[in-house]
Design a protein around this ligand. Structure first.
Ligand SMILES: [Zn+2]
Length: 199
């Protein structure tokens, strides 16, 4: 199930986090990560990846002081149509190219742009391929999923137009009208005979 070309020093339970020192020891070798993986909490408020399952075909390459993670990510998503609430699914196929770069201690305020930072402590940095995958997939999940472009929302025969909220919304109106009418009457009276002119 795992096909990373070169053994790397890392716990077997997270093959998506690679040791920078190990990568640099064989910096001429391009590592491949071709496998399925399950990431926790791969979801937004509207869409989710079932079981967090992603299919990866990535290369991890040392380029000078940087590490470049590039390749394809494929996954499925599930969501409810935002109009009719039907369950819908879709496919995501992404191409990514992301650069990991150290903060230069001589210029800690340098603009690192869109680069990823190494995890871990100086001397024990890690390259989190998982972070690349997670960011890419979360950004690609639909924000406002629709079952079809012209979805008309709930079918009237299945979801009647009269909801139980409706009487509550209407309630204030009849109570409000007589009260305002009474106030309007008082105001008119005041205008006709203001209190201080009665003496
Ligand atoms: Zn729909």
């Amino acid at each position: 199930m795992l096909s990373v070309n070169t053994p790397v020093d890392q716990p077997a339970d997270n093959v998506l986090v690679l040791s920078l020192a190990s990568l640099r020891r064989r910096s001429d070798v391009v590592r491949r990560i071709q496998r399925a993986a399950c990431l926790d909490d791969l979801a937004t408020s509207v869409a989710r990846v079932p079981q967090g399952e992603v299919h990866l075909d990535l290369s991890v390459e040392v380029r000078g002081l940087d590490v470049v993670v590039a390749g394809q990510i494929e996954t499925q998503w599930q969501a409810e149509c935002r109009r009719c609430l039907e369950e819908i699914t879709g496919q995501i196929k992404l191409s990514v190219t992301e650069v990991f770069r150290s903060v230069d201690p001589a210029a800690p305020d340098q603009d690192l742009g869109d680069t990823f930072l190494f995890d871990g402590t100086p001397g024990d940095e890690m390259v989190s391929v998982e972070a690349v995958v997670r960011d890419a997939v979360l950004l690609a999940l639909p924000l406002a999923p629709l079952c079809q472009e012209n979805c008309q929302g709930p079918a009237p025969e299945r979801f009647p137009a009269h909801t139980e909220n409706e009487p509550i919304e209407q309630e204030p109106a009849p109570l409000k009208d007589p009260r305002w009418a009474a106030l309007d009457g008082l105001r008119i009276d005041d205008e006709i005979s203001p209190p201080d002119s009665v003496v």
